[in-house]
Design a binder for this molecule. Structure first.
Ligand SMILES: [Zn+2]
Length: 346
């Protein structure tokens, strides 16, 4: 196949996957574009260097859904989540990635989320959970104050904070960022979750394109890091924004240690009892079951956020300078992610 034919085939696949009536790979599958044919288009296009950025775009945007919609993966996920069931799920994901992309699920995931293939840090004991982190502080927590403090004038009106009872998340809706958070949660954890999601919103509003997951999470982790620095709070509009700088810092270390344990489990599900035993008790954490690759993304994100912090990147006025600096940092991180060696056979 020559380059033009490979490009046309790749374009056809991308258009099919983007079409409104075919929002996910399951729909594409139903519309007559089964995962193997999409994977074949990827492999054929990957032979041509000029097409590789679009191959990465396709893999980043669609590979997780393609693998999730394979019959074996659906069957494995229908079982009640247990550690044995998790081993079967991971085996099905690996088999699917190998069949479709000729690489392991872990390598494919690391590549498209933008995390380098590097040995994970050694698991370490988890710092204790602290009741103060989740304890309500006052009846009317001024969450709107934190929103106003972290959103400079040019971005206000472009972020829409929505109260929810489920997991916090940020979605892009009609060119605005919709931040779903538990605004009723008047605890330091609620404050962290709001700052984290505002980081996602700000990153999207500045970059205006989808970010690799690890870079997106880095922006969120970096934004929440401001809660650990009381010296910055006056510049951000004052008051006690975090519920305790030291508490926020300790809980970040706890989250990172947990991500290390979960990331090791993702790579070695057969060791789940040992790896998770000390960290989460019995059962399978929601993230392992439903959000594959997130843990490696979080680990790389914390490293990237720490690098930005050490370089002096801060989200404080003057806002023009802060927005320009973050825009540059995001663009650099995206370039680094795009330059990661692909685990595909090209
Ligand atoms: Zn996040």
């Amino acid at each position: 196949m020559n380059e033009l034919a490979a490009e046309l085939q790749l374009e056809r696949v991308l258009l099919g996957l983007r079409a409104p009536a075919e929002q996910d790979a399951g729909a594409a599958h139903a519309a007559g574009m089964p995962a193997p044919s999409i994977a074949r288009a990827v492999r054929q296009a990957a032979a041509f260097a000029a097409l590789r950025p679009r191959v990465l775009e396709l893999v980043r945007g669609h590979a997780p859904a393609l693998i999730d919609r394979l019959a074996e993966v659906i069957a494995a996920r229908q079982a009640p989540p247990s550690r044995a069931a998790y081993c079967r799920l991971r085996a099905a994901q690996d088999a699917g990635a190998l069949a479709a992309f000729a690489t392991s699920w872990s390598q494919l995931t690391c590549w498209h989320i933008g995390a380098p293939q590097a040995p994970l840090p050694a698991p370490c004991p988890l710092p204790p959970a602290e009741e103060a982190f989740t304890l309500a502080r006052e009846p009317s927590w001024p969450w709107q104050h934190l929103v106003d403090s972290l959103l400079p004038a040019p971005l206000q009106g472009k972020v829409w904070v929505v109260a929810t009872d489920s997991r916090p998340v940020t979605r892009i809706v009609d060119d605005r960022a919709a931040v779903f958070v538990r605004t009723a949660q008047t605890s330091p954890r609620g404050c962290f979750e709001l700052a984290h999601e505002l980081g996602h919103a700000v990153a999207w509003l500045l970059h205006r394109r989808p970010l690799p997951r690890a870079v997106d999470e880095a922006a969120a982790a970096w934004m929440a890091r401001h809660l650990e620095e009381p010296a910055l709070w006056p510049a951000l509009g004052g008051a006690s924004l975090s519920g305790g700088a030291e508490l926020q810092a300790r809980q970040r270390l706890r989250r990172t240690a947990l991500a290390v344990a979960l990331a090791h489990t993702e790579q070695h599900p057969e060791l789940a009892d040992t790896l998770l035993g000390a960290a989460v008790g019995s059962g399978v954490p929601w993230a392992l079951w439903h959000d594959g690759g997130a843990q490696v993304a979080y680990l790389h994100a914390e490293q990237l956020a720490a690098q930005w912090w050490e370089l002096g990147l801060r989200w404080v006025p003057p806002w023009d300078a802060a927005m320009a600096s973050l825009t540059t940092a995001l663009a650099q991180a995206c370039r680094a992610a795009a330059a990661l060696p692909a685990p595909l056979p090209w």
